[in-house]
Design a protein around this ligand. Structure first.
Ligand code: OAD
Length: 244
């Protein structure tokens, strides 16, 4: 059955949350599920400060491989639909992504919050040098060091046990405040609803008066928090739901 599009008009505000499933049709592996990354690479080994302290070379090998893979793929029609609806809604649109692969930006999205960081950005693990663009795929076994202080570099990714950037949360909060009094829609796509605070964004948006939609290939952990759940692939469903 073809889902009805969201009833967006020239007063509507739209907040979108995406997860790894949105990039799956581009060939980027998701985290959970049958071929999920966390099956072969336990979270605590490659996505935690403790894992980095224990074996920084393994962590860099994991993220270097993901860099190589993400550079090799293209945005899909789901990414394109979100970029197109941003053009239509302008400042009444905000895209919050848990993805670090850069595909939303490559598809043209710019009103974008990268909640969990960016795969193509590194930072020093010690000094105050600001995060910087870094597309390098480091050779296995190596750990890059900071040009300023010599300490280890690390990927600019929010690992388990770390706080989200306050600026990301402030941007979302400001968007919801500006939307008050207007029709507000919340759409989540390709996310298992297993990782907080992102999984709680639907509840925040609903408290702000949003009607909520979820598009996911399998049942998400927080599916019962949404008004409407559409099961299927985001690359096929987002263009239909967004009418672009
Ligand atoms: P997950 O891997 O947990 O979930 C991806 C979801 O996408 C699953 O529920 C799939 O059913 C669904 N899915 C797969 N292919 C799809 C498709 N073509 N269309 C629609 N849905 C599809 O990914 P996230 O929810 O993004 O954090 O995971 C959240 C965070 O956990 C990630 O940002 C990452 C991870 O640990 C960090 O690395 C910090």
């Amino acid at each position: 059955m073809v889902p009805a599009p969201l009833p967006l008009d020239d007063q509507s505000w739209l907040l979108v949350l995406t997860g790894a499933g949105v990039s799956a049709e581009s060939g980027v592996p998701t985290f959970r599920g049958i071929d999920g990354l966390w099956r072969n690479f336990p979270v605590e080994q490659v996505a935690s400060p403790e894992g980095f302290d224990a074996d920084p070379a393994q962590v860099w090998e994991f993220y270097s491989e993901r860099r190589a893979r993400a550079q090799d793929v293209l945005p899909n029609p789901g990414h394109a639909a979100l970029a197109a609806v941003e053009v239509r809604l302008g400042e009444r649109f905000l895209l919050v992504t848990q993805n670090v692969d850069g595909l939303h930006r490559r598809a043209g999205s710019s009103r974008l919050v990268e909640l969990h960081g960016n795969l193509f950005t590194s930072r020093c693990s010690k000094c105050a040098r600001p995060p910087f663009p870094d597309t390098t795929v480091y050779p296995a076994g190596s750990v890059p060091s900071c040009d300023v202080c010599g300490a280890r570099l690390r990927p600019h990714i929010v690992w388990f046990g770390e706080m989200l950037d306050e600026r990301s949360l402030a941007t979302i909060q400001a968007f919801l405040e500006r939307a008050q009094g207007s029709p507000l829609f919340f759409l989540a796509a390709g996310t298992s609803g297993a990782v907080y605070p992102a999984a709680g964004l639907v509840d925040v948006a609903r408290r702000g008066g949003a009607k909520s939609w979820l598009v996911n290939a399998e049942p998400a952990d927080n599916a019962h928090h949404f008004d409407t759940v559409v099961r299927g692939k985001s690359g096929e469903l987002l263009p239909l739901l967004l009418g672009v």
